[in-house]
Design a protein around this ligand. Sequence first.
Ligand SMILES: Cc1cc2nc3c(=O)[nH]c(=O)nc-3n(C[C@H](O)[C@H](O)[C@H](O)COP(=O)(O)OP(=O)(O)OC[C@H]3O[C@@H](n4cnc5c(N)ncnc54)[C@H](O)[C@@H]3O)c2cc1C
Length: 488
Amino acid sequence: MTDPHIKQQFFSEIRQAIPERQIYTDSLRTYAWGTDASFYRMTPQVVVRTKNEQEVQAAFKACKKYAIPFTLRAAGTSLSGQSCTDSVLIVAGKGWEQFHLDDDKNAITLQPGITGGRVKKILKPYGRVFPPDPASVGSAMVGGIVVNNASGMNCGVHANSDHMLLSARLVLTDGTVLDTGDEQSREAFRKSHPEFLKKIEALRDEVRKDADLTERIRYKYSIKNVTGLNIRPLVDYDDPFDIIAHSIVGSEGTLAFLSSVRMKTLHEYPYRASAMVYFQTMEESCKAIVALKQLKADEDDMAMTYENLKVKSAEMLDYLSLQSVDDPVYLNYKKDVDAGRIDGVAKGDYHNLTAVLTETKALTPEGLKANIQEVMDTLSRFNLYGEPAFTDDPKVYGKYWSIRSGIFPAVGGQRPVGSSCLIEDVAFHIQDLPHATVDLQQLIARHGYKDACIYGHAFEGNYHFILNQSFATKEEVERYRNMMECMR
Ligand SMILES: Cc1cc2nc3c(=O)[nH]c(=O)nc-3n(C[C@H](O)[C@H](O)[C@H](O)COP(=O)(O)OP(=O)(O)OC[C@H]3O[C@@H](n4cnc5c(N)ncnc54)[C@H](O)[C@@H]3O)c2cc1C
């Protein structure tokens, strides 16, 4: 928006449709809206706070007419700058908080501005859960969670937004509203956009003709793959409306505005227990995770569905993650190492200790007890540091999970002044976990990142690593570039 004449015309057009109090152009507020939870800053030229579909349509129309780029924003907790812009920022947060829970509680329809934490509270009394669970769930909103395909410690791949989504109500960039769950809306769209649907069908058929490509897509999406646009719908749904609805998951605001979404809910297990288990090496912890994932309710049933897994989640925390939160067992380990009490480990070398926060759930107390026993039997085959102990006390296991959720802010808070706290994701198939994790740790160390920690959703083969990176010198920029190139 460099041409002042166009800028003026654009403003006068959106002011006709959107109340003045919802449009910010002053330097203070545009500056304040110029960042999300990433380290990027771009000051928008205008912030448009929308309250309904008509306002979104009006903003889209004006942007399209004057060829002005725009970016959508829910809560702005994204970590990679995808909700930042130096152009037009269209916000749909407060005011977009309505929901409708089905009578049988098996599905919920949500507007994009409702936080994930509030959805959880709505469902709790009915013993149901909204599975996507980023650690930011208290602030992150449904629009951002679904459109980022954000997930966390418990939802894995089986219950991510893509798998939970039933239908979506969208505002396309040409202003059309399409509700893929409403037959009238679908029929109207068939009439107004026949070419659009034909292209989707042609793409679907082209992909499916290629058996290797189809298989590759399935393989890629069997792990937490959120890179790029979601192409799984092309192989897993026949109906072009389902393909459109599921494509919105992970689209990061590039395809359409999500006006509401209908999602499945899952039942919550009434009995659960967690243990923080410490291993003598990272590789050993990964081997144990692979073994825990093999524990199934029915040994004859080879399918590893979430329902029949005995262990529901396992989060790995490397020694720097433990150090960032002053984990008491890690502090003891340091004393043991320095007193020469750990075989084969030199004084001052604490990098081997690795924790796995694991959780089992069941429908009955007996089921929970049996699961715990089986997990303990499995763990006894591995080289542990200390005795593992499960707890079913929510106050105690709540603390464990808070430690896990607190790693990112804790590490970020300890970064050297002038550096940025960068968080990245990598995902592997579970069988590759032991060697891939050790490779990752060595790769980071080779590039001289002494305070970079690795932690995350090991059960899903998905780790985060955090780097405290300075961009102040050429050498530092080069170091970061080399590291990321090697990662690819
Ligand atoms: C402390 C912390 C912990 C986190 N932990 C996790 C984690 O465990 N797992 C994980 O996956 N992520 C995590 N995240 C990042 C996570 O992706 C975001 O928290 C969340 O998904 C974004 O929600 P939001 O409401 O802030 O969306 P925003 O950041 O506002 O937007 C997200 C994206 O969606 C688009 N968008 C927003 N609303 C709409 C809409 N209505 N229609 C179309 N597009 C829209 C935006 O353009 C943007 O591309 C964490 C972030 C923080 C700060």
